[in-house]
Design a protein around this ligand. Sequence first.
Ligand SMILES: Cc1ncc(COP(=O)(O)O)c(C=O)c1O
Length: 478
Amino acid sequence: MEKTRATSGGAGDGAGVDFHLDLSGPGGVRASLIRALREAVRSGRLAPGSRLPASRTLAADLGLARNTVADAYGELVAEGWLTARQGSGTRVARRAAARAPERRTPPVRTPRRPAYNLRPGTADVSAFPRAAWLAAARRAMAAAPNDAFGHVDEQGRIELRTALAGYLARARGVHADPERIVVCAGFMQGLGLVGRVLRERGIREMGVEEYGLWFHRETLERAGLRCLPMPLDGHGADVSVLEGGKADGRSVLMTPAHQFPTGVPLHPDRRAAVVDWAARTGGTILEDDYDGEFRYDRQPVGCLQGLSPERIVYFGTASKALAPGLRLAWMVLPEHLTGEVLAHKRAGEWSSGALEQLTLAEFITSGAYDRHVRAMRLRYRRRRDRLVEVLAERAPHIKVTGIAAGLHAVLELPPGTEHPTLQAAAWEGLALEGLSRLRCTPPPASVSDGLIVGYGTPPDHAFPGALEALLRVLPPAE
Ligand SMILES: Cc1ncc(COP(=O)(O)O)c(C=O)c1O
């Protein structure tokens, strides 16, 4: 069993508490939970009077049965650590404070451990569809042929590649053939593999969007490619920078459906321009379709790959729609790259487990994937709307952009205020990401100071508290 579990518990008043509960040690889960909660109260980590999450909520966050949590609360009420009153929930008993050990040394002022997380990049993993996944796993296990327990095929299980081909064609407009799909342990693995193959073919430079994840650029650099920043504007990345120099020595990595992090979809003219560029120069486009399913106000923007399957490598991932912990992603490769990518994967890369692949295949073909995406789209949309509403009411001087899709929004900040805002957030116990860390060109860049607010990250009950914390750290109107 996992030894330490972390969750944020919301209080009824909108503030929240953060638990890091060590559930290791002797006895069953119930005994461990009681011990961990008692320790949190004794040490003062749970302040007197603070409200604990409802037993159902804590149980869901920790992956425990509700009765286990309710029992643990009951026991601690009986011992006098907690109080329970109809209508005001379970709270830390006031007198429990007297039991906290005396501090002998003055407290050192250090930033608080994040109680809230609004960093982009993670789905709400507390909403992982455990029951539906388990049901799919059961069906997949019952139907699995014996060879599923043997050595893993580095291309990925055919059941999953077939399910993905159908789903990607229907939902994202991908020109997908199971023979061109390679399953990988996350986008990063696929990016590294394709990067190395391109380098071996003589490609030296990779056009990358001016803003993006630095560890993706590092992956390309480790593969021996030099990253060439492409400026961004309201139409997405401007690929004309690729036209100068030795165009035949170049490829490009893009997020056309929803630029990460600015949120701009690539304009139709720019889509045509990059596809044209690839056709003229023999260049390769790496399309990172990381959250294409989550578009709120209109139909999702289809993928680019359908326009030119022989020049585009399409990447998708389960990290946003399901959970990054699955480490399941896929690429759809042009025919001319498939063999070399597979040879590299065979030569030393690890493969995703066959049973998880079969479960995902079953999850997709049974329709559970579509249902989950639909439910999450609603949940994220509600959160996005709440974020926009709250900012309009209480911080109207902060402009919010990039809200049409995805699990994050960009908050534009007055010049020079990003760094102090991030510092204030650290003191407030709020994990936040600034725009500047995602910029690959030195300033001035096309977008100035800002925050990337990942509204998909916290569990539902911690979201209101996270928003309040965000409002406390935003720079005031001038
Ligand atoms: C821009 C972008 N690309 C790709 C991914 C997927 O990465 P991975 O499949 O390695 O988890 C993410 C994160 O989920 C992302 O933010």
